[in-house]
Ligand binder design. Structure first.
Ligand SMILES: NC(=O)c1ccc[n+]([C@@H]2O[C@H](COP(=O)([O-])OP(=O)(O)OC[C@H]3O[C@@H](n4cnc5c(N)ncnc54)[C@H](OP(=O)(O)O)[C@@H]3O)[C@@H](O)[C@H]2O)c1
Length: 276
């Protein structure tokens, strides 16, 4: 079978980046196999027995780990996934990684030394955290609270991440590349929230809070496990280490990434922030 006829397995296929990767692959006419707990061939990071059946026969795999490569068990899981991928004849891996996370670096190194064709897509904070993720509730409530004051982040659009991932999955010339994908501008969380307020016409405030208050508030909504994970992630990466722009979108695609304000106008036009 021609490589183009073999399916691409997309892990996290209904998530923020996976869903967009699936849409783009289908638009290119590539066969796609969705991989998540609810997909036809289920893939569950908590159930390693599901991994080999999902990987078998795939030409390439988009690896979006859940909940985050920062968790202690991630490197072991990625090591095991890579071994199975090699065993069943997968040719190419594209790993979605996070900027500034020590454990994510370990996972990148495992994929890098897999012997398979591979590309690392190392992303900054997603724009979509504000309309599809854990910050949506804050936007709808009129107050977004994060354990970040003056630290700046180059928020990135998941559409740009998906474009880079699909180029790496389908086209030649991306093997061995590490793409730092960020937006084109450094923004504080207050700047980002102000841009959403302008785009949506909502009254919206930003409140910098302590890590402990962040954990407590999040635990009430999302449960203690996710609250602990996100708090430790914020402790690790919101210290200024990611206050720089990456050139991954430009290098992979030959075009600039989308600006946050432009993304916010598009998100507002969908009506997602018009509720409550
Ligand atoms: N959010 C950010 O700002 C950011 C920045 C950089 C990197 N990342 C990376 O992006 C990845 C995804 O993070 P996200 O927060 O944006 O989530 P997401 O992609 O929106 O995650 C949801 C997806 O994961 C699947 N899923 C949930 N639990 C699963 C399990 N136990 N086994 C298999 N699939 C499971 C869900 O489908 P089912 O419910 O059907 O299983 C869904 O497809 C993480 O590895 C994170 O490190 C995120």
């Amino acid at each position: 079978m021609n490589q183009q006829d073999s399916p691409v397995l997309v892990l996290g296929a209904t998530g923020k980046t996976g869903r967009r990767v699936v849409d783009r692959l289908r638009a290119r006419g590539r066969p796609v196999r969705a991989g998540s707990r609810r997909s036809t061939t289920p893939f569950d990071w908590q159930a390693p027995a599901t991994w080999a059946p999902a990987l078998a026969g795939a030409d390439a795999v988009y690896v979006s780990f859940f909940p985050d490569l920062a968790v202690p068990e991630a490197p072991t899981a990625i090591e095991e996934l890579v071994a199975i991928a090699r065993g069943v004849g997968v040719r190419r891996l594209v790993l979605l990684s996070g900027r500034g996370e020590a454990n994510a670096r370990r996972c990148e190194a495992i994929v890098g030394s897999s012997g398979l064709s591979h590309t690392i897509v190392r992303a900054s904070w997603f724009d979509q955290n504000f309309d599809e993720g854990h910050l949506l509730g804050g936007v709808l409530d009129g107050i977004v609270a994060m354990p970040a004051d003056r630290v700046r982040e180059p928020f990135v659009d998941c559409d740009d991440i998906a474009d880079v991932a699909v180029a790496a999955l389908c086209d030649d010339g991306h093997d061995g590349e590490l793409y730092e994908v960020t937006g084109p501008r450094l923004l504080t969380f207050a700047d980002a929230v102000a841009a959403i307020a302008r785009a949506s016409g909502r009254e919206l405030d930003y409140l910098p809070i302590s890590l402990d208050d962040f954990r407590t508030a999040l635990a009430a909504d999302a449960g203690p496990a996710l609250a602990n994970l996100l708090t430790e992630l914020c402790r690790e990466v919101l210290d200024g280490r990611n206050e720089s722009l990456g050139d991954g979108v430009e290098r992979a695609l030959g075009r600039a990434p989308r600006d946050f304000a432009d993304w916010a106008r598009g998100a507002a036009a969908t009506g997602v922030w018009a509720q409550r």
